[in-house]
Design a protein around this ligand. Structure first.
Ligand code: GDP
Length: 295
């Protein structure tokens, strides 16, 4: 994960090795390389610039106050700032209502259906919940089948209505079904398109206002870099979602989405997807991710 970024940051931070103190000159040299590493990882220019400015201020300010070597101090500051940029503390999901309704949003192919299954599996096995999965992609029968396959695999019931083309009605009926059958979590998988379009946004906004979910999660493919951030912004403007799910972090992703998304939409990354299997889901811990990035 993020091997390229890790290597480049490691090299950048090595500039200070052997230096006795942090100076304007060597910090500038180091941060030029750090900024380049972030830009190569597909982090947005302004975010990378603000990031290095904050690191610079801290480094010059703390230099005399610490017993750490300059290179160690710089690693610590970069790690703290990366953690902060990615969200500070880990964010949980709100499961206080019964049933707690979770609405999944995102583009087609982002990994919504797969993640809906992973989340149901996680809540069932780790949190002793009784989830219900709901198939609301009325345009693609294959998507409904896919959710049924996933449900069977993990032993979670899937609610769908053959022939019903109204996702608002399906979602509403599913919640009534959940109440009658003792499901305490309802995960609503929705249709996605290949790009943000008005019709899809209106549809998901309608589902959102009809079912008033406790959690609206935005699922995004981390391999799509800055596009991931732009898509997140478009969905957030419309849905004011509660959290982000970054999928495909097991792939050859450069890391830009993981680093930038929180500061653009000001919503936490809650989970990550790290594979196609149902157990390839992890809670997102900003600090652990920063540790991984810095190797
Ligand atoms: P949806 O259209 O948003 O519902 O996307 P799908 O759940 O159908 O996922 C699209 C493709 O991405 C499928 O082939 C999934 O197996 C794959 N996929 C989803 N999540 C992950 C992940 O975390 N890692 C990898 N490697 N593949 C994933």
């Amino acid at each position: 994960m993020f091997d390229n970024l890790s290597d480049k940051l490691d090299k950048a931070l090595h500039v200070l090795k052997g230096h006795g103190s942090i100076t304007e000159v060597n910090v500038a040299e180091t941060l030029k390389e750090v900024r380049r590493a972030l830009l190569d990882a597909d982090v947005n220019f302004k975010i990378a610039k603000d990031f290095t400015n904050r690191v610079k201020e801290k480094a010059l300010g703390q230099n005399v106050l610490t017993s750490l070597k300059p290179s160690q101090l710089m690693v610590k500051i970069v790690k703290d700032e990366l953690t902060e940029l990615m969200g500070g503390d880990a964010a949980g999901i709100n499961l206080s209502a019964s049933p707690s309704v979770i609405l999944m949003s995102g583009l087609q192919g982002s990994g919504k259906t797969t993640f809906s299954g992973k989340l149901a599996n996680y809540l069932k096995s780790k949190k002793s919940k009784k989830p219900l999965l709901v198939a609301c992609d009325v345009y693609r029968p294959a998507a409904i089948n896919q959710l049924h396959v996933v449900g069977e695999q993990i032993g979670v019931e899937v609610y769908s209505e053959e022939g019903n083309m109204d996702p608002v009605v399906i979602a509403t009926n599913a919640i009534a079904h959940a109440k009658q059958n003792g499901h305490n979590v309802v995960i609503v998988d929705t249709a996605g398109r290949l790009a943000v379009d008005e019709e899809m946004m209106t549809e998901i906004a309608n589902i959102h206002s009809a079912i008033q979910p406790q959690e609206t999660l935005f699922v995004v493919d981390s391999m799509t870099g800055q596009d991931a951030v732009n898509t997140a912004k478009a969905f957030n403007d419309r849905l004011n979602f509660d959290g982000v799910i970054l999928t495909k972090l097991d792939g050859d992703t450069r890391g830009g989405a993981a680093i930038s998304i929180k500061s653009v939409v000001n919503k936490p990354i809650k989970f990550i997807g790290t594979g196609e299997k149902m157990d390839a889901i992890d809670v997102f811990y900003p600090e652990r991710m920063a540790d991984r990035i810095l190797g």
